[in-house]
Design a protein around this ligand. Structure first.
Ligand code: ZN
Length: 144
């Protein structure tokens, strides 16, 4: 599947749209400039790994694809792993992929690198990740 197709695939057929009840990590973000909105929810199991994920997004194709890919890849991850994924993804969006080694960890998210050609849209790709960081911050403050 080519890069563009991968983005369109997640846009047309977004994963994990159903809300999660009793979410442990959850946040909502809104970008008034293009009307993008996302609600991200994760439920963790006893080991602290994501067992249920939900990404409900509205707006452009970029945010919807990014939210869907994030929810998809998050399953099975710990909060610490989500944080390092967040770092990796932001680094890719800011600087491109420096090392080939990062590719497989990012999975489909790798395809969002094309958005770097359209700097105003980088915000769209990052909105679900802002929600992730916000949700984790709140989760940590409640569980420390
Ligand atoms: Zn957008």
């Amino acid at each position: 599947m080519c890069i563009r197709d991968r983005i369109l695939d997640h846009y047309r057929d977004p994963r994990h749209r159903a809300p999660v009840s009793h979410a442990d990590v959850e946040a909502e973000e809104f970008n008034p400039f293009c009307g993008d909105r996302v609600t991200l929810q994760f439920r963790l199991d006893g080991q602290g790994r994501v067992v249920e994920a939900s990404a409900q997004s509205e707006g452009c194709s970029i945010i919807q694809a990014s939210a869907s890919m994030l929810a998809d890849i998050a399953l099975g991850m710990s909060v610490a792993e989500l944080e390092s994924l967040d770092e990796l993804f932001r680094a890719m969006m800011q600087n491109g992929l420096a090392a080939e080694g990062g590719d497989h960890r990012l999975g489909d998210l790798h395809s969002l690198q094309v958005v770097r050609q359209f700097p105003v849209r980088i915000k769209c790709a990052l909105l679900p990740w802002t929600a992730l960081a916000e949700g984790i911050k709140e989760f940590r403050s409640k569980n420390s």
